[in-house]
Design a protein around this ligand. Structure first.
Ligand SMILES: [Mg+2]
Length: 240
């Protein structure tokens, strides 16, 4: 659906985005034109919505489905070989801090450059080769919702919705966008989170949910070269 007529405003009210939970079942990409993200922060209807499902499999976007890291690195390093080398030698478990260190830049310098890419940077992230398999597998275990955290500023939130519309149209209205620090508030005992951030997975488990750390170079998971092996292994141990 690339080139769709869907138009999104440039969301610049970062405070609204940081405070809000944007729920795809109630507000699709077009509806952002009529409302601010803060007005979408409706936790009671949100809980009414998720309580309709016996088990929700929440899928993070960046890492499990979309390849942010490659795109980000290519804004700083114009060499496939160097990018591949940086990913393969990423200090285990260092997350984005490890990336800033490898590039020799500060966090602000990194995100300033990413923001220069605008909405299209996020809209055009490559879909991982395993993304469709991951979704099919997750659908076998429950109702799947996309659970993603926009980066600061409005480009990421807008671009992520457009990415879903382009690359996973059946999920273009099945998403929750919320800051990372709020993701765990959604956890229920029967739900499963698949996410590449160890802290988010830990907080989710602390709330009683099950979480699968999606293997990536930056989170130190030993299976990052073939992440679906680990995901399959863990999912199949869970009660269906
Ligand atoms: Mg992620």
């Amino acid at each position: 659906m690339s080139g769709s007529p869907m138009k999104l405003p440039h969301l610049t009210q970062s405070n609204d985005i940081k405070a809000g939970i944007l729920v795809g079942a109630q507000h699709n990409a077009n509806s952002i034109e009529q409302t601010t993200v803060r007005q979408c922060f409706t936790i009671s209807p949100l809980h009414q919505m998720i309580n309709k499902y016996d088990r929700i499999i929440y899928l993070d976007m960046d890492g499990p489905l979309a390849d942010f890291v490659n795109t980000a690195l290519f804004r700083f390093v114009n060499s496939e070989a160097v990018v591949a080398h940086m990913i393969s030698t990423w200090p285990a478990g260092s997350g984005l801090d490890g990336l800033y260190a490898m590039l020799g830049i500060t966090q602000d310098e990194f995100w300033n450059e990413i923001n220069q890419g605008g909405i299209d940077l996020w809209r055009n992230l490559l879909k991982h080769l395993w993304a469709d398999e991951l979704i099919s597998l997750a659908e076998h275990f429950g109702d799947v919702l996309i659970l993603s955290s926009p980066a600061r500023g409005g480009n990421s939130a807008s671009g992520k919705l457009l990415w879903l519309a382009d690359k996973l149209p059946s999920y273009s209205r099945r998403f929750i966008l919320t800051p990372k620090k709020f993701k765990h508030l959604l956890a229920r005992p029967n739900d499963i989170l698949i996410d590449d951030d160890p802290k988010t997975c830990g907080k989710w488990r602390d709330k009683g949910g099950a979480a699968i750390l999606f293997p990536c170079a930056w989170n130190g998971h030993p299976d990052w070269l073939d992440p679906m092996v680990a995901v399959r292994r863990v999912l199949q141990k869970l009660p269906s």
